[in-house]
Design a protein around this ligand. Structure first.
Ligand code: HEM
Length: 153
């Protein structure tokens, strides 16, 4: 993938850091993967990216959303207790840094977060997501997504 090559150089605004500092984030439970397996997480990210595709942050993402969803899924697989597919394939996660090429403001974060939270409705049935770990995962998304905001306003 061409991450950073074109869209990175088009960046117009300086990188923003929240004045209150970066949030502390608690990792979601590694037991989640035992419920979802790889297939459940691929389905979850595929559903999420279909929503992103119809959203107002669509312009930030590459043309092939299914491919982008699979790359993202490898990160969530390792985050939620599965094998380290993302690191093995793409190197260290460094998520804030990987999002620098894209101008992400608080508004974009809200859209992203809202759509992920919607995706999680019925997650036990759809993805085998252990319900006792849903709230922990939601709070991870709420906090960790603040790290990706790199543009003020
Ligand atoms: C919990 C917070 C988030 C996590 C865990 C996350 C995770 C990821 C991952 C794993 C990737 C693939 C990284 C790569 O291409 O090397 C990615 C890409 C991306 N994310 Fe996020 N993200 C988060 C928040 C956000 C937010 C708030 C936005 C704003 C809309 C966003 C926009 C993007 C964009 C534009 C890409 C590039 C897609 C591509 O070129 O394939 N992300 N994200």
């Amino acid at each position: 993938m061409n991450l950073g090559k074109t869209r990175a150089m088009e960046r117009k605004s300086p990188i923003f850091t929240p004045p209150e500092g970066m949030p502390r984030v608690e990792r979601p439970s590694p037991e989640i993967f035992a419920g979802t397996g790889e297939a459940g997480i691929y389905r979850m990210l595929s559903d999420f990216y279909k929503k992103l595709e119809k959203s107002e942050v669509r312009h930030l993402f590459p043309e092939d959303m299914e491919l982008a969803s699979r790359k993202s899924a490898t990160f969530f697989i390792q985050l939620l207790g599965g094998p380290p597919l993302f690191s093995q394939t793409y190197g260290p996660p460094r998520m804030r840094q990987r999002h620098f090429p894209f101008e992400i403001d608080e508004k974009a974060r809200q859209v992203w977060l809202q759509l992920f939270l919607e995706t999680l409705e019925g997650a036990e049935e759809k993805y085998g997501f252990p319900p006792e770990h849903l709230e922990g995962f939601r709070s991870f998304l709420r906090e960790f997504s603040r790290w990706m905001v790199n543009k003020g306003g």
